[in-house]
Write a protein that binds this ligand. Structure first.
Ligand SMILES: [Zn+2]
Ligand SMILES: [Zn+2]
Length: 433
């Protein structure tokens, strides 16, 4: 370790560029940027050359970009902030989304799962739980079944596995309900308005997925166009309630039992305001963006106490430090995963997610910018910081790069050095596009 003492400051600089990522991807290879004459297309001088072997760590280190806080705290924080910007852009504009979206009807809705059996809770009014105990907020028993032997684990896991399909169908029903209220056919609806949304999945303590969604009514071209006069938050709320109550997805038949999946009766829909002048049930843009961003970085492991990575053998559960409830959810998913008729649910691969295999956060195309766009903007911004672009108007650039995967993580010495580094100023900065 000390043999490389001479290069420590350089290595420190490279590591600080990771912004605290502790599980970076390591790449071998090179990248060369050439100037190209705009008119002749001739490749000219080398503007920039990077060879991984010449780097202090001997390899290019790239942030892992894992969204889970339990896997990489620094990258999860970046993901959280990107999600915040993405949601905010869809609420008040910015980053390519027009500011006029702030005037469109917008609501924040939470969709829950139905019950699969009684669980420990704290009822309102200070009454004790059905087990007789007044659980405090930190009690790990909260959300776990009162009687695990009668709790419907099979339906609970299968519900998670169908939650994505249920949402998908809900979004179709919602358009239909909005159109109906506007007196339009579904075909005509598109010429008048669009429904845009951004949603995140969150696990409740009982291990059931629920969805939080920002839902917005736009004009026919999305955020750029004004919604029709009939488009109000009240109409949208009403349509959401009816669509959520009506939607159902037929599931498999298992041992003579036919499963169908619906949302739980608990549905919360609130109007989103630019500022909190009502002081009532409405939510502010800021509160909604912060809430969604926070849940985007949580997996099942945070709320339910399950695993943050897939299992390969059921025997791994014996070693895992997880709750008994999570263990039963995972075991149920694993067991169901052996059934050929459920193959497309891939329940073994997603057992650690308690059956849910959907994307953690999704949005409709017209909601706002994408996480990828934000990431590209940040990469471009960093590159610009490192080597100011030469733009003579005459030249454009050509980049030739070749990288091969060489592993993940940091060496012992690198981890030690990275831990001693303060986050470098600037590395966490956001592009202000
Ligand atoms: Zn990372
Ligand atoms: Zn209880």
């Amino acid at each position: 370790m000390l043999a490389s003492l001479g290069t420590l400051p350089e290595l420190g600089r490279q590591l600080s560029g990771l912004g605290g990522c502790t599980r970076p991807v390591r790449l071998d290879g090179h990248r060369t940027e050439y100037a190209v004459d705009r008119t002749t297309g001739e490749i000219g001088r080398v503007l920039h050359h990077l060879d991984s072997s010449a780097l202090p760590a001997g390899q290019l280190l790239v942030r892992c970009n894992n969204r889970r806080a339990t896997r990489c705290a620094a990258c999860a924080e970046t993901y959280r902030r990107d999600t915040y910007h993405l949601i905010t852009a869809g609420l008040r504009g910015g980053k390519g989304t027009p500011e006029r979206v702030a005037t469109h009807p917008r609501v924040f809705a939470t969709f829950t799962a139905p019950g699969f059996g009684p669980v420990h809770n704290h009822p309102s009014g200070g009454r004790p739980c059905r087990c007789g105990i007044r659980h405090d907020d930190q009690d790990p028993a909260l959300g776990t079944p009162l009687d695990p032997d009668t709790y419907d684990y099979e339906a609970a896991v299968l519900w998670n596995a169908h939650a994505g399909a249920l949402w998908q169908r809900f979004s179709i029903y919602l358009r239909r309900e909005v159109a109906k209220r506007a007196g339009l056919t579904q075909r005509d609806f598109r010429d008048h308005a669009r429904v845009s949304f951004a949603k995140v999945a969150e696990y409740q303590k009982r291990g059931a997925v629920h969805f939080h969604a920002v839902i917005r009514l736009d004009g026919p071209e999305g955020g750029e166009t004004a919604p029709p006069a009939w488009a109000t938050a009240e109409l949208l709320t009403d349509a959401i309630r009816v669509a959520a109550a009506a939607v159902r997805v037929d599931g498999p038949e298992i041992d003579g039992r036919r499963h169908t999946f619906v949302f739980g009766r608990q549905l919360d829909v609130r109007t989103i305001r630019s500022t909190d002048f009502t002081g009532g049930q409405d939510l502010t843009e800021r509160a909604v963006a912060a809430y969604v961003a926070k849940y985007a970085t949580k997996g099942a492991e945070t709320a339910t106490g399950t695993l943050d990575r897939p299992i390969r053998f059921l025997a791994e559960l014996a070693q895992a430090r997880i709750t008994e409830h999570a263990r039963r959810m995972i075991r149920t998913a694993w067991t169901l995963g052996a059934r050929p008729e459920l193959a497309d649910l891939r329940l073994r691969a997603w057992a650690h997610m308690l059956g849910f295999r959907g994307h953690f956060s999704t949005k409709s195309r017209r909601y706002s910018t994408t996480l990828g766009a934000l990431r590209d903007a940040r990469t471009e911004w960093r590159r610009a910081q490192a080597a100011p672009a030469v733009d003579t108007g005459q030249e454009t650039t050509l980049v030739l790069a070749h990288w091969v995967f060489a592993g993940t993580g940091l060496s012992g010495a690198e981890s030690w050095l990275a831990a001693t580094l303060e986050p470098a100023p600037g590395t966490e900065g956001e592009p202000t596009a």
